[in-house]
Design a protein around this ligand. Structure first.
Ligand code: HEM
Length: 450
């Protein structure tokens, strides 16, 4: 970081009609960011979501903003603008010393032993849940919907670890869905009568707080292998632990952070396998080999041996990053790539900007999982060429948890089912908020006959 000589720096410019360009970006994120870069430079600004947003592009700028060694960028005020009322005091909304303090404690709920336990908890629920999938239905089934329900249910079992009757389960799931949806609401205030997504989100937050607060004493007393119980006992190396408020705030945030991201990843992988018969066959063969060796219930370590599935997961994350834009606020005036960023500015960057650079990824639009194979490792061209989980101190703490859950689900799906899409099918992805398949990924679902 150099001392600022403001007169030597370029001022950031950008298009006036920010919303129009936002819509274009959503339709064509890669092509339109290239167009914006060409017209306005490597840093450009647009008024979107009620703020002036400075977009920075390329792996170097990404590293500068997110690795953030000199604390020039804060995460809390940026994310709070979007999701603060519903997810305040979540890990991603904390900064600097306070963030580090919480992260060091939380880290202990995400160690390898913990992941093994979460997987052991997840596996029987997963199998039971998949027993009810509509195999052989003459109508196409929407896989994205099934993945969303599956991850919500697994979250209650593996994250929360409480037995709920169907009504209570529905109430909590509803509250959770409302809280997530509120973050992308266009009307961003509480309306009279509690109508609209924003007001429903606020009500949902109250429901979730009350739910976790009520469940907390028993969880502290009885312990368990679920994430809620592990957060209650997690301690950093100095013996610091979370108080009740922190456990509640973190649980609500963790549920959110884990949900749509893993749903998107599973949907993308299922889609890619459906349209790439070679990879489908490779992954099936690999899964079959694990079953032959280890039996129908793989362990956490068996899942780690699914290397082809891992390549498919990475390539799916490259082509569709579940968190398409990561915001920060500049804590002071800073220089980025020769441009002046004023103190207090909202700055954002997107993994997409890095994931389709032709100089890093030859033929970037092609689905080619071998890019990540040991003899190619295209992701190594730049430390942050591949960044679906972010970078720096806020890098996803649930990255290995996500890998475990996605592998467990895909392993089970490949063991039990075949799914297909019509010839020439392309998944229509909407990038209005987090990416989702506009048509829900309709597939024909059949048993493997094994
Ligand atoms: C494929 C699935 C996932 C993807 C792509 C993903 C992506 C991300 C990204 C990009 C960030 C960084 C945000 C920032 O820098 O502002 C992040 C942070 C975070 N993620 Fe994930 N995530 C996934 C799954 C999960 C899961 C399963 C959990 C929990 C079990 C989780 C918990 C978190 C938390 C707590 C943070 C905040 C970390 C911090 O601020 O220190 N994520 N995630």
């Amino acid at each position: 970081m150099t001392t600022l000589e403001s007169h030597e720096l370029r001022e950031v410019t950008g298009p006036r009609a920010g919303v129009l360009h936002l819509l274009r970006l959503r339709r064509n994120p890669i092509g339109h960011s290239a167009w914006l870069r060409e017209h306005y430079g490597s840093v450009y600004r647009m008024r979107v979501f009620g703020v002036e947003m400075y977009t920075v592009t390329g792996p170097e700028a990404f590293e500068r903003v997110f690795v953030n060694r000199d604390k020039a960028f804060a995460s809390g005020p940026a994310w709070s603008h979007f999701i603060g009322p519903f997810f305040h005091r979540g890990l991603m909304l904390l900064d600097f010393d306070e963030h580090l303090h919480h992260r060091r404690i939380m880290q202990h709920a995400f160690g390898t032993d913990e992941l093994r336990r979460y997987h052991a908890l997840l596996q029987p629920h997963l199998r039971r849940h998949l027993d009810a999938w509509p195999v052989g239905d003459p109508e196409p089934v929407r896989l994205q919907r099934l993945f969303k329900d599956l991850t919500l249910d697994l979250a209650l079992e593996v994250f929360v670890g409480v037995e709920l009757d169907a009504v209570e389960r529905e109430r909590i799931n509803r509250a959770f869905v409302d809280a997530v949806r509120a973050g992308t609401s266009l009307v961003r205030r509480d309306l009279p009568g509690g109508v609209g997504p924003w007001s429903r989100g606020l009500a949902a937050r109250r429901v979730l707080e009350e739910f976790f607060r009520d469940a907390l004493p028993a969880k502290r007393r009885d312990g368990g292998d679920d994430l809620f119980a592990r957060l209650c006992v997690a301690e950093d190396d100095a013996g610091n632990a979370f108080g009740d408020d922190a456990v509640v705030d973190h649980m609500i945030f963790l549920l959110m952070a884990a949900h749509d991201t893993t749903t998107t990843t599973m949907t993308q992988m299922a889609y890619r396998l459906a349209v790439s018969p070679v990879w489908e066959e490779r992954c099936r063969a690999e899964v079959r080999a694990v079953t032959d060796r280890a039996g129908p219930d793989p362990t956490y370590d068996d899942l780690l041996a699914l290397t082809d599935l891992d390549l498919v997961m990475k390539e799916s994350l490259r082509m569709c990053a579940p968190v398409p834009s990561i915001p920060r606020v500049a804590t002071r005036e800073v220089e980025l790539d020769g441009y002046r960023i004023p103190a207090g500015a909202f700055v954002t960057s997107t993994p997409y900007g890095n994931h389709f650079l032709a100089e890093v990824w030859p033929d970037p639009e092609r689905f080619d999982p071998e890019r990540f194979a040991p003899d190619r490792r295209e992701d190594k061209v730049h430390r942050l060429a591949f960044a679906p989980f972010g970078a720096g101190v806020h890098k996803c703490i649930g990255m290995h948890f996500a890998g475990m859950q996605v592998r467990a689900v895909l392993h089970e799906l490949l063991t039990r089912f075949r799914w297909s899409v019509p010839p020439g099918y392309e998944l229509p992805v909407d990038l209005t908020a987090l990416p989702y398949a506009r048509d829900g990924l309709p597939v024909r679902l059949e048993g493997t006959g094994d």
